[in-house]
Design a protein around this ligand. Structure first.
Ligand SMILES: Cc1cc2nc3c(=O)[nH]c(=O)nc-3n(C[C@H](O)[C@H](O)[C@H](O)COP(=O)(O)OP(=O)(O)OC[C@H]3O[C@@H](n4cnc5c(N)ncnc54)[C@H](O)[C@@H]3O)c2cc1C
Length: 538
């Protein structure tokens, strides 16, 4: 039977943060995730590294946590953060009295909010509406959730931390009011097995109530739906927030060559209630046009929905009315020793949440090693020598992208493979500059079981073509590796395209519809993945 001192349930930002923290303190720790990493909210979000400005009026404590963690993550996770900065803009219809409270709130919390003139704002961001009344610069940034998760795991693995994906926790085992282990079911084979452990951390986000329920404990988590839109264009260089109380569709976050606009807020039926609707898309476009009047001219890439894991001791507080703060619940108080839940919070504060939870676990295990996650970078920078070597094989822009995606250790493996075999230098994904060598390395990782797993590790298929021209190449790359999961190529293509379809269905008009027809022509017409042509012949 597999054993671990501590089992962490949930491979979102909170879970991988705890995995890394505990591994760095010398704890024998295993993370279990029911699907692939960042299957939940940690990839279905704006990707905004909050300055705290959003919370400055309503929740000073949350604002303070954000600005402090923002400063730390820029340092330890610099390859996951794009230091865009942000604007808070007030339009004529936004309350002037709120602006005064907001300026005072930022001052009290310590968020630098620097006023600039609308003319200066238009000089820096020419696409912004001319109706701006006031503008402030804040240290908002963009953060890549996929990369952050994988770099936490890479770091944890260096310290002996272990990860098992596609392993759903289906039972919590206890004896004499003490945790003894978990039962897991493989999503891929259906096999059930038990893993013995002394302590369980429930970091299952919107599913945390369900996990606590497996142990007979009530934890009230109300998942709250939020839908976001991805555009094929970087509308602004900076994050753009409306200067008004938090509302639907009022934050634009630039990421590389695209922009994300979000979000709505409505109670979710379950954590899996994550299919976006056309109604939500149209409502957000309308609100977004107040900030960028020409918004309708840009091509939508996809819509996606996540659920906020809102915890409330008072179940009547819902949606934006519920606190965004996190809580740690030690279930020793519910007469079960060796079990704790962490719920609520934000991506921006994941490291702090992990530190507080790991402190509790270490007190229980009588480990006194202090937390070091605020000081030690997630990945080492590539050396100038390694970068110089990489530049011989990558396209110019691709070297920097790959170096920040992979970190020194994995970049070295990829570069060595490209050095030994010139074929491996081919670009499989042109939008994101991903080479054959990187696709093969990601496909061989013990946590890869389908093309979407490779996509999340490499960003293959996440650019403006949304995979239309790189999925079939990736399938070829995976197939040539003779991996157990890479044999059924039609199924690989279908899994990837179905994932894409979920995000495209609610925006199927204009150029998106034309592009979908092109994709259908390639995959159904030329590659016949549904076997329609064979059936017609018969
Ligand atoms: C629309 C939206 C926009 C947001 N924007 C931002 C933003 O811009 N900035 C910011 O800081 N925050 C933002 N947030 C909040 C942020 O996304 C979340 O607070 C954060 O990602 C939660 O991380 P988590 O690890 O706690 O949960 P999750 O990321 O949901 O992870 C929980 C994991 O547990 C796994 N799991 C569940 N059940 C089991 C089981 N039985 N066995 C094994 N694994 C299991 C799930 O598969 C999942 O991967 C946003 C949230 C939403 C919904």
């Amino acid at each position: 039977m597999e054993k671990a001192s501590v089992v962490v349930i949930g491979g979102g930002a909170t879970g991988v943060g705890i995995l890394r923290d505990l591994a760095m303190r010398g704890v024998d720790v295993l993370l279990l995730e029911q699907r692939d990493l960042v299957n939940g909210s940690s990839s279905r979000y704006h990707g905004l590294l909050h300055s705290g400005g959003r919370y400055a009026v309503k929740d000073a404590a949350a604002g303070k946590e954000c600005i402090e963690e923002n400063t730390i993550l820029r340092k330890i996770g610099k390859h996951c953060v794009e230091a865009t900065e942000g604007f808070f803009i007030r339009l004529p219809e936004d309350d002037k009295a709120f602006e005064e409270k907001w300026v005072e709130g930022c001052r009290k919390v310590g968020i630098p909010a620097i006023p600039i003139s609308p003319e200066e704002a238009w000089r820096l961001e020419p696409n912004l509406t001319r109706r701006i009344q006031s503008v402030y610069r804040v240290p908002d940034a963009a953060i890549d959730g996929f990369r952050m998760a994988w770099q936490n795991v890479a770091s944890a693995r260096r310290y002996g931390g272990r990860v098992r994906t596609y392993s759903e926790v289906v039972a919590i085992e206890q004896s004499n009011q003490q945790i003894t282990g978990v039962k897991i079911k493989s999503f891929l084979t259906g096999a059930v097995e038990t893993i013995a452990c002394d302590f369980i951390v429930n970091a299952a986000g919107s599913w945390a109530g369900k996990i606590a329920g497996l142990a007979g404990i009530q934890v009230h988590v109300q998942p709250d739906r939020g839908t976001l839109l991805a555009f094929n264009h970087r509308l602004s260089s900076r994050v753009i927030n409306r200067l008004r109380p938090a509302s639907d569709g009022d934050i634009f976050v630039p990421h590389g060559s695209i922009t994300i606009l979000g979000t709505t807020s409505s109670p979710a039926e379950s954590p899996e209630d994550n299919l976006p609707s056309t109604q939500e898309v149209l409502a957000m476009m309308k609100i977004g046009e107040a900030t960028f009047e020409n918004l309708g001219q840009y091509r939508l890439l996809r819509a996606f929905t996540g659920t906020r894991p809102l915890y409330s001791a008072d179940p009547s507080a819902k949606g934006r009315g519920a606190s965004r703060n996190f809580v740690i619940l030690d279930h020793a108080k519910d007469n079960l020793t060796g079990f704790a839940s962490i719920v609520g919070g934000k991506f921006t504060t994941y490291r702090l949440m992990a530190e507080k939870m790991s402190d509790l676990v270490c007190r229980y295990l009588k480990i006194t090693t202090p937390c070091r996650t605020a000081e030690e970078p997630l990945v080492e920078d590539a050396s100038p020598q390694l970068l110089a070597k990489a530049r011989q094989y990558f396209p110019a822009y691709g070297t920097e992208l790959a170096a920040s995606r992979l970190g020194a250790e994995r970049l070295e493996k990829v570069v060595n493979s490209m050095e030994q075999d010139p074929e491996k230098r081919q670009l499989v994904c042109e939008c994101e500059n991903v080479t054959l060598a990187e696709i093969e390395t990601a496909a061989k990782d013990s946590t890869s079981y389908c093309l979407s797993d490779v996509r999340r590790k490499t960003r293959m298929g996440m650019g403006t073509c949304q995979g239309a021209f790189c999925i079939f190449r990736s399938v070829g790359a995976v197939d040539s590796q003779n991996l157990a999961w890479g044999q059924s190529t039609n199924d690989l293509l279908k899994e990837f395209l179905q994932g894409r379809w979920n995000g495209i269905r609610p925006i199927l008009w204009g150029s998106v519809l034309r592009e979908m027809e092109l994709t259908r022509g390639i995959y159904e017409g030329m590659l016949n993945i549904n076997g329609v042509i064979d059936n017609e012949t018969k």
